[in-house]
Design a protein around this ligand. Sequence first.
Ligand code: HEC
Length: 144
Amino acid sequence: MKSVARIIAAAILLTGGAALAEVEATNPTVIAWKNLMKQNGGAAKTLGDMAAGKAAFDAAAAEAAKQKLIEDAGQIPAAFKDQAEDPASEAKPEIWANWDDFTAKAAALGKAAEALDSSSLDGIKAGMGDIGGACKACHSSYKS
Ligand code: HEC
């Protein structure tokens, strides 16, 4: 009996989790900044996959991902300028209470991306730590 109850509990948790993940943002401001972050995620994944050996090193793709990260980092302040709320948003209100720090963290991502040497696999491996650190520094303060 106990195990059946556990399976049911797990099933409920799973469906609950799936339902939660399906919540899509409807606020246009939130949709826009989430899209910007998804692009950040895509560019970081391109570089991360190369660094981890999951994808072959490709200097042109690495340089494009680097430029994308620089561009996206530059767009973060404008994307988050106006506070907006949405049930699907994980953006913390602390962003707007600590705006200078938030934009400094966006600028730090831009700097880390600029510093990346995209011309060699070793360069990517060496630079990814700072880029990932810049993502994490902002997320740990401003993303729930
Ligand atoms: C200056 C702050 C800041 C920086 C730097 C930053 N992010 Fe984010 N990111 C956020 C915030 C805030 C959210 C939550 C947005 C929401 O849910 O409304 C977020 C959400 C995300 C999401 C989830 C998007 C979604 O669909 O809900 C991804 C993926 C992401 N970031 C990737 C990255 C990556 C990769 C980097 C680094 C290359 C990065 N971010 C750098 C602030 C930042």
